[in-house]
Design a protein around this ligand. Structure first.
Ligand code: FPP
Length: 251
């Protein structure tokens, strides 16, 4: 469906969320259901990611944040951690040029310390190459945990206080927010989690304060444009109910 068709297909489809964040869950279960190794589920997950970035850009979504490796994922078997690191390497090497050509700007959030040096360099390269692009912003949450991000922000604030650059009375929600990993990125309007699980799992806890949450049963490797559209319609219905309430009280 083209963007124009998508917009015509629903009276409120123009209200596409500006920022959609996605917990890409269910790769392992997708593979197990087919008798395939978990690694194959992750590989197919990268294909779903490509489809989703393309569809999101065509729909007019401005920012997509993806939970690609959580701070807690280190507890998985070393072979699976290695596979996920390999996927990131291949994703940057194979897809960065195409993303750049499509005017996508890549941003990365999460803890860089402790990553293998070549991974750190690839993340910097992706951000540097695409920094002047003004199309879709792809925020890659890598080695990311929300509580860890809030701790990092608190440490940065404490450092500024220690150096005399800030006083205690300067610390409020706005200020703390400005010390998070990507302070210029607006909070997600919509957070989608695939695979039927219904929790945030330490993803964007600060930024999710007012986000709409949509949980879809689809395993991530099967996620596609239709699933994204359906999640957006659910988001729009919630907005419409809110609009109805305002109209009723005003009449
Ligand atoms: C959750 O599925 C998914 C992950 C832990 C990794 C998500 C990563 C990708 C989709 C591809 C990687 C993309 C980049 C850019 C590195 P799961 O393994 O927890 O599935 P399960 O809950 O069914 O076991």
């Amino acid at each position: 469906m083209s963007e124009a068709e998508f917009q015509q297909s629903s009276p409120t489809a123009f209200d596409v969320p500006r920022h959609v964040a996605i917990i890409m869950d269910g790769n392992g279960r997708w593979a197990a259901a087919r008798g395939l190794p978990r690694a194959e589920g992750h590989r197919r997950g990268v294909e779903a990611l490509r489809r989703t970035i393309r569809a999101a850009g065509e729909m007019g979504i401005r920012i997509v944040t993806i939970f690609s490796f959580s701070a807690e994922n280190w507890s998985r078997p070393a072979s699976e951690v290695g596979e996920l690191m390999g996927l990131l390497r291949r994703f940057v090497r194979n897809d960065l040029a195409e993303l750049h050509k499509s005017n996508v700007r890549v941003r990365v959030i999460g803890e860089r310390a402790g990553l293998e040096p070549d991974i750190g360099r690839l993340l910097v390269e992706a951000e540097e190459l695409t920094k002047d692009n003004d199309g879709l912003i792809l925020v890659v949450a890598f080695n990311y945990g929300a509580r860890q991000e809030i701790v990092r922000a608190a440490q940065r604030v404490a450092q500024a206080v220690k150096q005399g650059e800030l006083g205690l009375s300067d610390i409020d929600m706005d200020l703390l927010g400005r010390f998070l990993d990507a302070p210029d990125i607006p909070d997600p309007d919509l957070i989608i989690r695939t695979s039927g699980e219904q929790r945030l799992s330490n993803f964007l806890l600060w930024q999710a304060a007012y986000s709409e949450l949509v949980f879809v049963p689809t395993y991530w490797p099967d996620f596609d444009r239709a699933t994204l559209e359906s999640a957006i319609r659910e988001y729009q219905q919630r907005e419409r109910r809110f609009g109805g309430l305002v109209a009723q009280t005003g009449s």
